[in-house]
Design a protein around this ligand. Structure first.
Ligand code: MG
Length: 120
C-alpha cells in the first residue's frame, strides 16, 4: 500500500509542486491544507503517514501546527518546508520534533530523500 501524505502550504502552486513530485513517485496525497489550523483538522481526519509542513502561513503557522500534531500523535512524521533565511525557525521545528526539512524551491530528489528517510 502506498504511503499517505498530507501536504500543508498556503501557496496553491507549492502544494501542486509537491503533489506532482509525490504522486509521480508512488505516494498518495490524501489531503491538502492551506493553514495550520486546517492541517490539524485534516491530520486528525486522515491520520497520514507523513506531513509536509510549510512554516509561514496565515491563521496558524507551521511550527505551531507541528507542535499541536505532535500532541495528537507523538510519533507523527512531519517534514518542514522552509524558505531561505528561516534557519532559526527550522531549528525550532527540529527541536519540536520535525523529522527533516526541505528548502524552497523544491528539488524532487531532496523531497523524496527526506520522505523516504522519514517513513521508508
Ligand atoms: Mg507559506
Amino acid at each position: 500500500m502506498s504511503k499517505r501524505i498530507l501536504i500543508v502550504d498556503d501557496a496553491a502552486f507549492m502544494r501542486m509542486m509537491i503533489k506532482d513530485i509525490l504522486s509521480k513517485n508512488g505516494y498518495e496525497v490524501v489531503a491538502e491544507a492551506a493553514d495550520g489550523a486546517q492541517a490539524i483538522e485534516l491530520y486528525k481526519e486522515h491520520k497520514p503517514d507523513l506531513v509536509t509542513m510549510d512554516i509561514t502561513m496565515p491563521e496558524m503557522d507551521g511550527i505551531t501546527a507541528l507542535k499541536e500534531i505532535k500532541k495528537i500523535n507523538g510519533d507523527a512524521k512531519v517534514i518542514m518546508c522552509s524558505a531561505m533565511g528561516q534557519q532559526a525557525m527550522v531549528i525550532d521545528a527540529i527541536q519540536a520534533g520535525a523529522k527533516d526539512f526541505i528548502v524552497k524551491p523544491f528539488q524532487a530528489d531532496r523531497v523524496l530523500e527526506a520522505i523516504s528517510k522519514s517513513i521508508g
